[in-house]
Design a protein around this ligand. Structure first.
Ligand code: BQF
Length: 284
């Protein structure tokens, strides 16, 4: 029976640490602020933005919400990002993805000042992750890494399998595991023998987006299983990529959904915002 990794509890500890850091800045007269930009009214995005605002309040970070209509033009959003780049009260800028189809996401991301890019999505910050010299880690992979560390299992020399190759999760996740000396395999929709490759993983990270994708035969006895999936099953219940009931019996450690990676993503955003405030004020 696997030990369940409590992402809620671990994220609370990270947020408490951030709150202490934010309070220490405040004592020196420095306020920490995060701008959260939402375009349109996607209900999932609305929930995520609310989670981020709530976490800001808990950490003592000022949040500035900008909600723009779904039909917002690209140049209007670019103008807002430009304004936020120039605003000294804003230490971090978060543009909630996905954006509506008339807006080029890459163009908007590229417009964010690198020192305020708390998602670590801009080209320069992505490049810094590749060479292992960074200020900001992308929130979800950073959260996964903290969850892996909480198990006490070392990544060094282990077989690590990442399923999914997105720029936001899969690719940077693989890079972080590589920095820790893991032997890393990235699987995706064109991978042959995916089940067999997964079944050899000491550390398995799934970021696929399909409920029930990772089944028990795909998991090595005692493995660390990190479930990044955010799906709704047939009953409309929130669930990950992993068949939790079955895999729980075989894995050594497993993250639940909800209460696993999701809360860590938010906590890491708070940490990055504090880091941004320190960097912009020459602290530390
Ligand atoms: C939890 C996200 C897919 C696409 C875009 C806590 C969140 C989720 C779950 C949350 C996510 C997922 C976020 C739980 C932010 C994580 O208790 O399990 C928090 O708010 N997330 C996002 O901003 O964009 C996404 C998933």
């Amino acid at each position: 029976m696997a030990q369940i990794i409590d992402g809620k509890k671990i994220s609370a500890a990270v947020k408490a640490e951030v709150a202490a850091g934010v309070a220490a800045l405040k004592e020196r007269g420095i306020e920490t602020g995060l701008a959260v930009v939402l375009v349109g009214d996607d209900p999932a995005s609305r929930v995520y933005v609310n989670n981020k605002k709530k976490a800001c309040a808990l950490c003592g970070i000022r949040s500035f919400e900008y909600t723009l209509p779904a039909e917002t033009k690209e140049e209007e959003l670019l103008a807002l990002v430009g304004k936020l780049n120039a605003d000294p009260a804003v230490n971090g800028i978060l543009v909630q993805l996905p954006l509506p189809p008339q807006i080029d996401e890459q163009k908007v991301i590229a417009a964010i000042a690198p020192e305020k890019d708390v998602d670590a999505f801009t080209e320069g910050n992505v490049g810094r992750i590749m060479i292992g010299d960074y200020h900001f880690l992308p929130c979800t992979p950073a959260g996964c890494m903290t969850l892996i560390d909480s198990t006490g299992v070392s990544v060094d020399g282990k077989n690590c399998v990442v399923v999914g190759r997105s720029n936001i999760v899969g690719k940077p996740m693989a890079m972080l595991l590589l920095h820790r000396n893991g032997t890393v395999t990235i699987c995706h929709s064109h991978t042959k023998n995916l089940a067999e490759i997964c079944s050899q993983a000491d550390i398995l990270v799934s970021a696929v987006g399909k409920a029930g994708f990772i089944t028990a035969p795909m998991v090595k006895e005692g493995a660390v299983v990190i479930d990044v999936g955010m799906n709704r099953n047939a009953e409309g219940k929130l669930c990950g990529d992993v068949d939790f009931e079955a895999v729980e019996k075989k894995a050594g450690f497993i993250t639940p959904v909800p209460g696993g990676v999701g809360p860590m993503t938010i906590a890491m955003l708070m940490r990055n915002t504090l880091t941004a405030a320190k960097l912009q004020n020459g602290v530390e």
